[in-house]
Design a protein around this ligand. Structure first.
Ligand code: IMP
Ligand code: MG
Length: 177
């Protein structure tokens, strides 16, 4: 445990089991393809690293960074590309790998931005689903997540806690002033 964590929500063991299940699903779904898996930095980096190793197919990887939250625990409502892809998407089977679907703003922006680059298909793998969004339906979901601010396994608060091996709820006094 960590002194700033109120309680563990998903243990390292639960996460590993779920990630290998999603890897097996992707392996089955893309049997005749070579999907391009796009990691949304930085929150999805740990999920991505584990997920790609659970996919038993030739794949390509690329990375993209968007900013929508800054240091706040609430969405600023603004999505901006901070680092773009190096790979053309034309005729590719794309899987966007994201950490959390909350308001859906980030993934809505990303889906429409990437769709405009003419991929063959585009699907979303999100580690956590906080709020089901009518606009965005991820094909792969790690866990339904309670509506708490969570950190660890890649997820941060003000860039901290990404290296915790589990996902836990941050103590309220840490992110409220
Ligand atoms: P959305 O645009 O509201 O769906 O927010 C998605 C983004 O917000 C994710 O990429 C996360 O970086 C961030 N986010 C949302 N909830 C949490 C949380 O509980 N912990 C850490 N980051 C979060
Ligand atoms: Mg993020």
């Amino acid at each position: 445990m960590h002194p700033h964590i109120d309680h563990v929500i998903f243990s390292a063991e639960e996460i590993a089991k779920r990630v290998s299940e999603i890897g097996a699903q992707i392996t089955a779904d893309y049997m005749n393809s070579r999907p391009l898996m796009i990691c949304i930095l930085r929150g999805a980096s740990i999920f991505m690293a584990d997920l790609v190793r659970a996919v038993e197919l030739p794949i390509d990887i690329d990375f993209m960074a968007v900013s929508s939250y800054g240091k706040a625990a609430h969405s600023s409502g603004v999505v901006r590309i901070v680092k773009d892809l190096d790979t053309p998407l034309i005729d590719r089977d794309v899987i966007i790998v994201e950490d959390v679907l909350d308001s859906g703003l980030t993934l809505k922006y990303l889906s429409s931005n990437l769709s405009a680059r003419n991929p063959r298909s585009i699907e979303i793998a999100t580690l956590l689903l906080k709020n089901p969004s009518p606009a965005i339906t991820p094909k792969y979901i790690g866990f339904d997540c309670p509506n708490e601010f969570v950190v660890g396994y890649g997820l941060d608060y003000a860039e901290r806690y990404r290296n915790l091996p589990f996902i836990g709820a941050l103590k309220r006094e840490i992110y409220t002033v």
